[in-house]
Every structure is written in structure tokens, then in C-alpha cells.
Ligand binder design. Structure first.
Ligand code: SF4
Length: 372
């Protein structure tokens, strides 16, 4: 049995087999990935989520070379949103039918831990029906340094105050050799997994992510996937739940210090990576297509390379879009529905755990779409 037949049969791939996938023709890897996707999730349906990104502060001391979003506290356009401003953004989300925020910011040492607790309590009081998925392992590591307390304790208190999940941003490539080259102060692989594990042990929602184009080799991309798979095995066995999904996107460097110093990744590499993820991550059922970095057309193609989900509306994404390139900051629900239908699937609105919560009306004819 060759490696693709093995993956399609449902058998788990060995590390050397995952690496070998990078040498195979993309069309063959894609066909296998699509077959697995059709078997693992409803073959006719592509899901999406209505949500909003909120970046509560852009002050950050980590200073990643690939980030154009962060500011030092002395810069004129440095900001921290007030609780009321965050609440107002949630009102705007609710007005378009959304019930979930994805809130992240820089590592801002001026904000004490109590600021986060109070913010969560305030937002849950004002919006009890809205999910708050917030912070990344990097922000939690910053709070560990600030308070001298372990992530598990901090996350337990944040959960008590209203935190529903801690997405898995900041993963990029979870191989320190790659990370230290592009962002020496960035959270290390071991800490990323330690903090994700703490979140999963508390029952918090988490997402497995990946960014390609930092100059990593195919073997390092494979290593990243295998580490995520191992963590998912552990989480499912010990906590009964783990990553809700996997998402990969390409590095954007246009407005960053990394411009010209990192290769980035092509649409071909993105689709290859997605398809290989589908064949490797046999314990993560949902894979997202990513439209913000490579656009809607590539995201539609991704639905035939292993993805079963079109991501979310994201109303107001600032971090990836600040880095430039082909980035879009948000999509309307109407745009997402139309792109799913045009790709040949039935759209369904979902919650963060991929339960279908609504079958939206589909306009009969394609219409002129406004540019996002
Ligand atoms: S990517 Fe995150 S941690 Fe790095 S500089 Fe930007 S805001 Fe800070």
C-alpha cells in the first residue's frame, strides 16, 4: 500500500510518511485529502461562523519581526480599549447576528491581571449570550511573568470570570530552530504546548494553527503537524476534548521588518500544506479554509484540498492585515455564503464546536459582490 492509499484507508501515517507527502504531486495528495474530508464530515456541507475579532491593545513588548500590529507604549497610535469600547464592538457583532468574539492583543505589561478578570466579568454581565474566546499562549505567558503564577491557575481564574476559550494563535511553526530565527523573544514551543495543555485540561476551547513561509523546511512543517497530533491524542485521552479544528495560513511580511528576509509561501504551498494536514491530523476532524491571506478564490479551492469549513466573518481583523500582502480584514456573511455555494457546497452556520445552528437562505442567482 502506498502512503496515499494508507492515509485514505484511515491508517495513521508515520513521521517519515508525512515527510514523504511533500514530494508527491499535489493533485494526488489533494485527491486523497478530499476523499478523507468527504468521509469525515458531511460531504455536501461547508460550515462558517459569524464572529468578530477584537484587538484590545496593540501595546506589546515581544516585538516579533513579522508583526506590523504592535506598538511600544510611547508611540502615538498605541492604544488599549476601554471595557465600554469593547462592549460597543460586541453590540455591533450582535446586530449582524454574531454571538462570538475572538479577542487578542499584545503583551502589555501595563495591564494588571485584575484588568483582564474585570473585563471578562464586565463583558459577561453586559452580554451573557456572547462567547468570549480570548488570548493566546503568548499573552498568558506574559501574565505568568507579570504575576509569577502558573498558567493553569491564571486560566482557571479567567475561566471563572467568563473566558470560554483560548485560541491557539502564536503557533506559527512549532520548531524552536525556526522560531528563534524570526522572533527571538517569541514564546518557545514547549511553553506554547504547556499553556495550550493547561487550557485544554480546564475544558477551554482551543484551535490548532500553523503559519507557513518563515523559511521552514518541509521536514519542519511535518514536525509541526506531528506535534499537534500528539497533543491532540493526549488531550482527547486525558481531558476528553482537545483542538476543535486546524487552520493554516501564509506569512504576510509586506509592512514588517521581515520583508525580504522570509520567503513567504505560495498558494500552491498553502494548498499542499492543507491537504497534508488533512492526511496527517487524523484526530482533528475540522479543517478551515483561510481567505484573509490568499483571498476567496484560493479559499474556495481549499474546499477540495481537505477543508470542510470556510472560517469566520472576523469583522475587523487587525493583526494579520497590518502585515499587508493580499489580506482582507473581514467578510460579510453574504459573501461567505455565496463563495461556498459557488464552490459547489451547501452553506451552514455553525458554532465554535462545529454544531450546525442555522441553514441560511441562499440567493438564487450570483450577484455583484461588494469588495471587502
Ligand atoms: S505577534 Fe503578538 S506577540 Fe508578536 S509582536 Fe505582534 S502582538 Fe506582540
Amino acid at each position: 500500500m502506498d502512503v496515499l492509499e494508507k492515509a485514505v484507508s484511515g491508517a495513521r501515517l508515520e513521521p517519515r510518511e508525512v515527510e514523504a507527502l511533500y514530494q508527491l504531486p499535489l493533485s494526488e495528495v489533494a485527491a486523497a485529502a478530499h476523499e478523507v474530508r468527504l468521509r469525515k464530515s458531511n460531504p455536501e456541507v461547508v460550515t462558517y461562523l459569524i464572529d468578530r475579532n477584537i484587538n484590545y491593545t496593540n501595546i506589546c513588548t515581544v516585538a516579533c519581526s513579522f508583526c506590523a500590529f504592535y506598538r511600544t507604549r510611547r508611540q502615538q497610535d498605541a492604544y488599549t480599549l476601554s471595557y465600554e469600547e469593547i462592549s460597543q464592538k460586541i453590540e455591533e457583532l450582535k446586530a449582524v447576528g454574531g454571538r462570538r468574539i475572538l479577542m487578542q492583543g499584545g503583551v502589555n505589561p501595563e495591564l494588571p491581571f485584575e484588568w483582564y478578570l474585570e473585563m471578562l466579568r464586565y463583558l459577561k454581565r453586559e452580554h451573557p449570550d456572547v462567547r468570549i474566546d480570548a488570548f493566546s499562549p503568548e499573552e498568558i505567558l506574559g501574565l505568568e511573568k507579570l504575576t509569577g503564577r502558573p498558567a493553569l491557575e491564571l486560566l482557571a481564574e479567567l475561566k471563572e470570570a467568563g473566558l470560554d476559550g483560548m485560541p491557539g494563535a502564536g503557533a506559527e511553526i512549532l520548531v524552536d530552530e525556526v522560531r528563534t530565527k524570526v522572533a527571538p523573544a517569541r514564546i518557545r514551543t514547549q511553553d506554547w504546548f504547556r499553556i495550550i495543555d493547561a487550557a485544554q485540561s480546564l475544558g477551554l476551547y482551543t484551535l490548532a494553527t500553523m503559519v507557513i513561509g518563515l523559511g521552514e523546511t518541509p521536514a519542519q512543517r511535518a514536525e509541526h503537524l506531528l506535534k499537534l497530533r500528539a497533543q491532540q491524542d493526549k488531550a482527547l485521552e486525558q481531558y476528553g476534548q482537545g483542538f476543535a479544528a486546524f487552520a493554516v495560513w501564509t506569512l504576510q511580511t509586506e509592512h514588517t521588518r521581515l520583508k525580504g528576509k522570509a520567503p513567504g509561501a505560495t498558494a500552491h504551498e498553502y494548498l499542499q500544506q492543507l491537504a497534508i494536514a488533512r492526511l496527517t491530523l487524523d484526530n482533528i476532524p475540522n479543517l478551515q479554509a483561510s481567505w484573509p491571506t490568499l483571498g476567496f478564490k484560493v479559499a474556495q479551492a481549499a474546499l477540495y484540498y481537505g477543508a470542510n469549513d470556510f472560517g469566520s466573518t472576523m469583522l475587523e481583523e487587525n493583526v494579520v492585515s497590518a502585515a499587508g500582502g493580499h489580506t482582507r480584514t473581514h467578510a460579510t456573511e453574504r459573501q461567505i455564503i455565496r463563495h461556498i455555494v459557488d464552490a459547489g457546497f451547501k452553506p451552514a452556520e455553525r458554532d465554535v464546536y462545529y454544531n450546525i445552528i442555522r441553514w441560511p437562505e441562499v440567493e438564487p442567482e450570483p450577484t455583484e459582490l461588494p469588495m471587502a
